[in-house]
Design a protein around this ligand. Structure first.
Ligand code: SF4
Length: 785
């Protein structure tokens, strides 16, 4: 039984400790004669009796895009609500697995810091307000700004942590009520380039198959993804297949993370050069007769044009620019060409570059050249970061697409939505997140409504973003805590987290899942979909959704990609992987009969290489990499509120290589100041060989010393996703000695013991081992003397 259940679940756990100790002694005493059988029966009876005292509710994790689902065991009274246990069992993505965040990261829902009533700014302070006051003020301000400056002076940002239904309503509010396409979500910060790479080459912006395909692949290539920390449960599928089934693993990364240490081949390309080596090995595969010509002939367009574009990408050139030996590249090319199914996994190490879309395209080109689409155990797998990055974009929280990636500039599509919504819709593509910040500084954008995103810290060049938010005439922030972004708000609306509402999420494998309400909303907080509806109705919309299922009925009717999605088809642990036809059939494997283009064929898409931005020079002589951490979700607004997680990883840090540490006189615990062209932070060092030479790594888990104070305004050319991974800094030692920022109990100090599994049979084979559950024996009464 888990500690969180002790004293709250079952009948035996409330027994005083001294009585319990005596009972344990009795059990130990009789066990040699009785065996475990009878004792376990008592346990079974107790477990059955406790069922009536515990409520079990299925939910879906909100900490990453893997989409783990599980039952939450809870106990609720008039004065207290308690999470007893997270029990994974039937989740299609995770089975019985979760990571530390999914298992333990839920204490924040009961935090005393939760926002429980609306707040309105008065000078430099906020005062509590009623919902009526807050909604009236929002309606007045939005109307006045729209009347004065036009609808495009307002902007809307949806949350990739919130539900599909909530993103749908937010974009409907922007388009149908206000009349603007200034609408985006945080996939702009991470995954938009991967989507573009897939749109260009295979047609759909989603993973080619399921997590089970990744497990089945003959070879997995991981590029720019710290999968073991950012998508932990998905990583276990690769670890298992690699360890037990002989799956080959190749990792390309500038940092030697856990998956790199497990890999058959690990190499470190110079930062920002992935496009070069990917293109070079594709050329090598063509030149050496290793391409899948039968597949290419039947399924791929633009072959000649693409091969010509590879002219400059020789292995020699790639070796020189990427800093990887020719022999390594040749070996990688041959392993990929010869493997029985290749899945490529990539994440922000690829996408958060000025060539993020082009490098994603190069990955898909390589998969086409080797025929690694249209079969199980193969394909492209951009790993979505937030739990609902995929779903927020799928449901229209984008400046150029209505739900289901239907273009705003297509008159037929627009008129279908106009008939359904009863209004005229704007046709011009709106501003994305990045453009919104520039437009505020230019005085063109006057108001913003944002929910569930910590924009002032997670957008790149945070100082520039914060100064923009401070300039807004009117800013509405909807969140569960008083976030850093709230500091710039005029009205703050208290929202409910996932455990206090219903809806659907879509995970990285396009898998749609329902979450059910565990608790009532705390205080006066409300589910985001209700608040968005309240705002819309104050603006005259007259919406009347009583439950998220009613919102989904409307989505399905307007969105061919989701035509057959219903709440009944998603009941309990049932799931659907889009596209979902009207009869409810879905597509776990995305391309079976054709690619998503009019002629059904995929397209090679040539991509050139250009120099990364924000390069090192004499002054800013170190490359700063940055990203996620196993224990925390982003800046840590939720996970720092779980005591056990905070104890393991109490603050952020910067990883420094052993060589650089010697050169600069740094030890683990040293306090250093990092300065970039855009800002500075003070942070403690951890000396580790995970990083090499003059490369640093800083996780994003800090609100005080946020890494985005250092990152730039440079972006991916196609999507405006910030080039977070192209950052140069200088480092000054402030205090050479100090306590380690990571306690010794942190898993990074552990030494894994490789073994094939639990290997319980080794215990059974011991001479002194007695199998439990021996038949009950009759205890004979003592004979009277
Ligand atoms: S792997 Fe991702 S979805 Fe699964 S429990 Fe961990 S954070 Fe949640």
């Amino acid at each position: 039984m888990e500690r969180s259940m002790l004293g709250h679940a079952g009948y035996l756990t409330t027994i005083p400790q001294n009585a319990l100790n005596s009972m344990i002694d009795v059990v130990k005493g009789i066990e040699p004669e009785m065996g475990y059988g009878a004792i376990l029966q008592v346990s079974e009876i107790e477990a059955a009796m406790r069922e009536s005292r515990i409520r079990k509710t299925k939910t879906v994790c909100t900490y990453c895009g893997v989409g783990c689902s599980f039952d939450l065991w809870t106990e609720e009274s008039a004065t207290e609500r308690r999470i007893l246990k997270v029990e994974p069992a039937e989740g299609p993505a995770n089975g019985i697995s979760t990571c530390i965040k999914g298992k333990f990261g839920w204490e924040y829902v009961n935090s005393p810091d939760r926002l429980t009533s609306p707040l309105i700014r008065e000078g430099d302070r906020f005062r509590k307000a009623t919902w009526d006051e807050a909604l009236t003020l929002i309606a007045e301000k939005f109307t006045s700004i729209k009347n004065t400056y036009g609808p495009d002076a307002l902007s809307f940002i949806s949350s990739s942590k919130c539900t599909n239904e909530e993103s749908y309503l937010m974009q409907k509010l922007a388009r149908a009520v206000i009349g603007t396409n200034n609408m985006d979500n945080c996939s702009r910060y991470c995954q938009s380039p991967a989507t573009v790479g897939l749109f260009r080459t295979v047609g759909y912006g989603g993973d080619a198959g399921s997590i089970s395909d990744i497990e089945q692949a003959g070879l997995v290539l991981i590029v720019g993804s710290n999968t073991a920390e950012s998508h932990p449960v998905l990583a276990t599928r690769v670890k298992r297949a690699h360890k037990l089934r002989g799956q080959k693993l190749i990792v390309a990364d500038i940092r030697e993370h856990e998956m790199a240490r497990r890999a058959d081949v690990f190499f470190r390309p110079n930062p920002g050069t992935d496009l070069i080596w990917l293109s070079a090995i594709t050329r090598y595969i063509f030149d050496n007769g290793l391409a899948n010509t039968a597949f290419l002939t039947q399924w791929v367009n633009h072959i000649d044009e693409y091969r010509q574009s590879l002219e400059h990408f020789t292995l020699a050139m790639a070796s020189e620019r990427c800093g990887v030996a020719v022999e390594t590249l040749e070996k990688v090319a041959r392993m990929i060409a010869e493997a029985d199914g290749v899945c490529v996994l990539w994440a922000m190490g690829v996408t958060q570059h000025s060539m993020g879309s082009d490098t994603s395209t190069a990955i898909s080109n390589l998969l086409l050249a080797t025929g690694n689409y249209m079969r199980s155990g193969a394909g492209a797998y951009p790993l979505r970061g937030h739990n609902n990055v995929q779903g927020a974009s799928d449901h229209g929280a984008m400046p150029n697409f209505l739900p289901g990636y239907q273009s705003v500039d297509d008159p037929d599509i627009r008129s279908r939505f106009e008939r359904a919504w009863g209004v005229a819709l704007p046709a011009a593509t709106g501003l994305d997140n990045h453009q919104m910040i520039d437009a505020i500084h230019e005085g063109k954008l006057r108001a913003m409504y944002l929910f569930g995103e910590e924009m002032s810290l997670v957008d790149s060049n945070a100082n520039f973003v914060s100064s923009a938010l401070a300039k807004l005439d009117f800013f509405v922030v909807q969140d569960i805590f008083f976030s850093d972004t709230c500091r710039y708000a005029d009205v703050i609306l208290p929202a409910s987290p996932s455990l206090e509402k219903e809806g659907t999420f879509t995970s990285t494998e396009r898998r749609m899942q329902r979450l059910y309400q565990v608790f009532q909303p705390l205080g006066e907080s409300r589910p985001d979909w209700r608040i968005i509806q309240d705002v819309a109705n104050r603006l005259g919309a007259n919406w009347n959704y009583r439950h998220p299922s009613e919102i989904y009925t409307e989505i399905a009717a307007l969105t061919p990609l989701m035509a057959g999605v219903t709440y009944e088809r998603l009941a309990g642990y049932k799931t659907l992987q889009w596209p979902v036809a009207a009869d409810g059939s879905d597509q776990p494997l995305l391309y079976t009969k054709n690619f998503h283009f009019p002629d059904g064929k995929a397209r090679f898409y040539p991509v050139p290489w250009s120099e990364p931005t924000d390069q090192t020079n004499q002054e800013f002589d170190l490359h700063l990499n940055n990203g996620r951490l196993l224990e925390h979700f982003h800046e840590g607004n939720m996970t720092y509120r779980t005591e056990g997680i905070r104890a393991k990883t109490p603050c952020t840090f910067v990883e420094v290589s052993p060589a650089l540490a010697v050169e600069r006189g740094i030890t683990t615990g040293s306090l250093v100041q990092l300065t970039s062209r855009y800002g500075q932070v003070k942070v403690q060092a951890v000396v580790t060989d995970r990083v090499e030479g003059k490369q640093l790594y800083m996780p994003m888990n800090s609100t005080e010393e946020a890494v985005n104070r250092l990152t730039s305004r440079h972006t991916d050319t196609a999507t405006h996703t910030p080039a977070y991974k192209e950052t140069s800094v200088s480092m000054r030692v402030l205090e050479p000695h100090g306590e380690s920022p990571l306690p010794r109990t942190n898993s990074r100090f552990g030494k894994p013991t490789p073994q094939r599994g639990v290997e319980v049979e080794r215990k059974w084979q011991r001479a002194d081992y007695r199998m439990p559950g021996n038949p009950l024996i009759q205890i004979q009464p003592a004979k009277e003397s």
